[in-house]
Design a protein around this ligand. Sequence first.
Ligand code: SAH
Length: 226
Amino acid sequence: MTDHSPIALLMELRRNGIADQRVLSAIERTPREVFVDEPFQHSAWENIALPIACGQTISQPYIVAYVTEQLDVQPKHRVLELGTGSGYQAAVLSPLCRMVYTVERHKPLLKQAETRFKALKLENIVTRHGDGLKGWPEQAPFDRILLSAAVPQVPPILIEQLKPGGILIAPVGEPISSERFSQRLTKIIRSEDGIVQNALIPVLYVPMVAGLAQEAQRPDEKDLKR
Ligand code: SAH
């Protein structure tokens, strides 16, 4: 039988090049089973993305580890995440920095994530029901910004919310069709005299969608009951 234990996942992440011990221990200490829905409990520690409510996904642990390593988060940092989803990525960031600010456009997802943060006593995560494409200007500037959903290009308004010397990571890419995207994780470093942009690995994130989700119409109700 395949081993889907936390230890097996940690070994797989190491084999795949994740070397930062702080990141590995944050993954180890974050109970992913709390962030996945009931039908997928047995796969919680598998290195795969899984469906969550509202037609979204919880990212693959390798991608969460990779992004977190690339962000180079320090204990004093205030980090902005756009696209809370299940809350897993924010929970992994939580022990590594001073504050995590996370924004989600689907209210039911945000409520569920807030309940999880509370249960795990992750008191340095603050949440906002809002449009991540606008960032969180009232709390800016941030040391680090992470887009947890894909954009065709990084909105300048988000780069403006980054401190000088700050790092922003985003999946950047265009849809190939309504279902498929070609994306690359992109790292932007803001320096005193401009920005430096580097392409990292190819990825597949759900798209960032402008505006708040219209939950009143309840198009996702069946997903919520899953
Ligand atoms: N970080 C999440 C990944 C969730 S998938 C996790 O660890 O589970 C991406 C999330 O981005 C989805 O929940 C989606 O609803 C959200 N999203 C998409 N566009 C958004 C926007 N404009 N503002 C805020 N959240 C957005």
